[in-house]
Structures are given as C-alpha cells and as structure tokens.
Design a protein around this ligand. Structure first.
Ligand code: 6PG
Ligand code: NI
Length: 192
C-alpha cells in the first residue's frame, strides 16, 4: 500500500474529509459504554438510537519508529446528560510517544493526564496547535452546540493505542455543561 515517495493530500474546509483516506473509523454511542458519567442518560439515549459520536480519517504509514501516522478527528456536537460528546481517549502503547494536534474547526477541550495522575485540560479553537507530550493520555471533547470539533493529528508510527487503562479508570476530569456554561469537574468515579 505505502510507497516511499513523497506525497501530498488536501484537507478541504469545511468538510475536512482529507483527499486521501486509508481508513475511516466511526465511533458510536455503543462503543463508549461506561465512559460517560450519567449512565442512566447513556442507557436511555442508546435505547433510542446508537448515535455517531465521532469519526477518524486515517492516512496510513508503516507502524514503525521513524514514520508518522496522520489523520483527521471529527467529534460531533452533543451531550450525554450534561457531559459533552468526546473520544474514547487513550495512552499510546509506547508511552514515550508524543502527538501534535492542529485545530481546523469548532470548539472544545483536550483532556489529558499522566499515569502519575497529573492532569491538564486545554481549550481548543481554530488555528491552535496542541502538543501532547510523551506519557500523556488524551481525549478530545466537542463543546460547540452546532459545529464539529475537527483536528489534524500526527504521531509516531510505533505509538500504538492503549484504550484499556482509560476504559478501566476513566479520566480524572470531566467536561460538563453547567448552569453558567462549560464546567471542568473532577470525575467522582475515577478509579485508582
Ligand atoms: C491517535 C490520535 C487520534 C485519536 C482520535 C480518536 O493516537 O491515533 O490520538 O487520532 O485516535 O482522536 O480518538 P480515540 O483513539 O481515543 O478513539
Ligand atoms: Ni493518540
């Protein structure tokens, strides 16, 4: 599939679907069981419809050190209870691998933490670049009412994805809609 000649692709705005897509991922509500705080709201929504929460358009390269994997992440607007739609979130299997995000469209936050429990929640808006250092798990959250949160990302080919740790423990911080707007709250269900 991949050859070693330089290549280009285009990310047209507003669609943000790259002109080259090697793999398209669709994540639905059913794939996020146990991730949202309000389990009752989650079950009620899922019983109604298995909504599409986010999509990833990947541009593949060999998954080896020295290569970079790239793509577009599109988180759709919505909420489960008071909690905004978000990605599963993950550590990289090779913990010492960083990631760059460039925000193309929308509003949101990147929720991040280290295995030692150090947390960071960075706001995301168009034109911003976020550097996720090695060892930081990361989850994108869309807080716009109408617009997708669209980011271009790149990370090392050998990074891999560790979803298990986050599925078990969750993130320390949650992004919720409160009476006075967006709230970053502690996750009462975070498990050590
Ligand atoms: C990665 C990137 C990024 C991420 C998507 C979807 O390591 O591949 O962080 O592309 O995969 O934003 O998020 P989840 O992988 O957490 O579902
Ligand atoms: Ni990642």
């Amino acid at each position: 599939m991949t050859d070693d000649r330089p290549f280009r692709f285009t990310i047209p705005i507003p669609s943000a679907v790259p002109s080259r897509v090697d793999h398209h991922i669709e994540r639905r509500l059913s794939a996020m069981k146990g991730q949202f705080y309000d389990t009752q709201a989650y079950e009620a929504m899922l019983a109604n419809e298995d909504l599409l929460l986010y999509e990833v358009y990947e541009i593949k390269r060999p998954e080896v050190a020295g290569e970079l994997l790239m793509g577009i992440s599109v988180v759709h607007p919505g909420k489960v209870g008071r909690e905004f739609f978000m990605t599963k979130g993950h550590y990289h299997t090779v913990l010492d691998t960083a990631e760059i995000y460039y925000v193309l469209k929308g509003e949101g936050f990147m929720v991040m933490e280290t295995p030692e429990g150090i947390c960071a929640v960075e706001p995301l808006s168009p034109g911003q670049v976020l550097y996720v250092p090695p060892r930081w798990a990361h989850r994108s959250v869309c807080t716009s009412r109408r617009e997708d949160l669209v980011t271009f990302f790149a990370y090392p080919g050998n990074a891999g994805h560790d979803y298990g740790t986050i599925e078990q423990k969750g993130f320390h911080k949650l992004v919720m809609e409160g009476p006075d707007g967006i709230e970053i709250t502690d996750n009462p269900r975070w498990r050590a």
